[in-house]
Design a protein around this ligand. Structure first.
Ligand code: HEM
Length: 282
């Protein structure tokens, strides 16, 4: 299967090839693969760091979206969680560099890894430039946070584009769709919530019937376009519901922009994690 986009580090920096090959025998890679701790322990550290990032970002973001721990002000949640979030970001980079040194050639030639690095960059920008200052200001979005939202958001969308246009990893977009779909359940309210859930269930049932009964499950030529259509429909439904939540919920900590910051700051790390997992499948 040919790749529609092939945005790997090898593609952009072909001259680094021999340096990358040499990394596998570097002292760092030998240490990571060695008997002390061992490769698997560093990978566990990578995932634990991801859990810290995910947990803290979701709690902070949900509060800005008017859900989750609403008994506390956003700035209180930010103050309680910022240390753990810092630990997660530092931890994921340190463990990433360690396990990455032992896998350098694979990462060098992986579009999934490129997406992950775009998410790391935009995740740091959106988290530190936008989500945290907005939470610390109880939902007020400063001019600088708007600038960071624009820059981080653009890199995030570019990463999403690379992910969804690269064969083999594009299916990982279902992680992002699932995360967005789940976030909207606590964030929507009243009739909007039930209408949203009913639409999602209808789409899931329709996709199942269409791809398991109407079309034979091994008829890939016909399944692929149908699945792509459903993926787009999920996207439209979720983005539509998300847009409604931006302008609803009087009394929430922040306005539409604060909520947009929250959605972006959560989903950018989900996309990064999906791309990280998909390195193995490419
Ligand atoms: C300097 C930054 C990073 C480097 C060098 C790095 C490197 C790696 C490597 C080498 C793997 C193993 C890939 C494989 O063989 O399958 C991996 C896995 C993974 N990474 Fe990263 N990573 C970094 C940052 C991140 C970030 C920011 C996230 C999350 C947003 C992340 C999430 C993951 C996940 C979910 C896996 C899959 C683990 C598994 O399946 O066991 N990584 N990473």
């Amino acid at each position: 299967m040919s790749e529609k986009s092939n945005l790997t580090f090898q593609h952009f920096f072909p001259q680094a090839s021999s340096w990358v090959d040499g990394l596998a025998t570097s002292p760092l890679a030998v240490f990571v693969n060695g008997p002390r701790f061992g490769y698997a322990s560093w990978e566990v550290g990578h995932i634990l760091s991801l859990i810290l990032i995910g947990g803290t970002t979701i709690l902070m973001g949900l509060r800005l979206l008017g859900a989750g721990v609403t008994e506390e002000e956003p700035r209180e949640i930010y103050r309680s969680l910022r240390f753990w979030q810092n630990l997660g970001v530092i931890g994921i980079v340190v463990t990433g560099v360690l396990i990455g040194s032992a896998n350098a050639a694979k990462l060098y030639n992986s579009s999934a890894f490129t997406v992950k690095m775009m998410c790391l960059l935009s995740g740091v920008i959106l988290t530190y430039g936008a989500a945290r200052p907005v939470a610390a200001a109880n939902g007020v979005v400063s001019t600088m946070s708007k600038v960071w939202l624009a820059i981080g958001g653009a890199i995030f969308l570019a990463g999403l584009w690379v992910f969804t246009t690269t064969d083999l990893i594009d299916v990982g977009i279902y992680h992002v769709i699932t995360a967005a779909a789940l976030i909207l359940i606590p964030v929507t309210r009243g009739r909007v919530r039930w209408g949203y859930i009913a639409g999602m269930v209808a789409l899931i049932v329709a996709q199942y019937v269409h791809t398991h009964i109407v079309i034979k499950p091994d008829d890939y030529d016909h399944l692929n376009p149908v699945n792509k259509t459903y993926t787009a429909l999920y996207g439209v439904w979720i983005v539509g519901a998300g847009l409604i939540t931006l302008f609803r919920g009087k009394g929430d900590a922040g306005g539409p922009l604060a909520k947009l910051v929250a959605y972006a700051a959560i989903l950018v790390w989900v996309l990064g994690a999906a791309a990280g997992r998909w390195i193995a499948f490419q």
